[in-house]
Design a protein around this ligand. Sequence first.
Ligand code: ADP
Ligand code: MG
Length: 240
Amino acid sequence: MSRILFNHVYKQYGKDKLNVVKDFNLEIEDKEFVVFVGPSGCGKSTTLRMIAGLEDISKGEIYINNVLVNDLPPKDRDIAMVFQNYALYPNMSVYENIAFGLRLRKMPKHEIDIAVKRASRVLEIEPYLERKPKQLSGGQRQRVALGRAIVRNPEVFLMDEPLSNLDAKLRVQMRSELIRLHKQLEVTTIYVTHDQTEAMTMANRIVVMKDGIIQQVDTPEEVYNNPTNTFVASFIGSPP
Ligand code: ADP
Ligand code: MG
């Protein structure tokens, strides 16, 4: 069963009716780690936001677990999303930040406690649960943001350039952390980045995009060895 299916999806913004996503067709399997990669403005975030229900679909269909979700509100999709600007609530402790979404869902207190502790153990942030976000490093904050997402035990994980605010060293470290996390949790993940190295090192499959159009969908090895066109060859071949 495919987790997520795009069928001829288009997106236009505003009055000019320019398609920023054009005839997007893709099938994402259960437990895959798929990376959308392409230059800034090529429609990666828009595509991710359509899966989450944060943007309307102009034309076409998106299915999650064989259910048409075009008109399904975000809260009814079993999805968690992590952004680059992982705004944590500054006045809440790490624990409360992670627990917040579960409280909204009226989960019983003892179940929240178990879920928060499990997530923080996986992310190795147990020692910081009582701290406020400003008492944490950038990497620790990013872990808390991940904690907020995984604590809900979602079926699909969406990440939009989650590491781009971190310094280079931390970015490399968090990369392997996310790979480890994916192996451990086995959650279907779509990861958006403009960074070729991130795409090549993290993905099971890469979706290379340009001007809202998919250029190639393949394993990192295939994209690298057999690029379908000169754009893919130069984009994947040359470092940023
Ligand atoms: P990426 O994430 O690949 O950088 P985006 O999906 O953010 O690309 O944007 C794709 C295109 O859509 C860009 O040209 C961008 O300017 C435009 N765009 C994004 N969001 C909006 C919006 N809310 N209104 C109008 N245009 C938008
Ligand atoms: Mg973006």
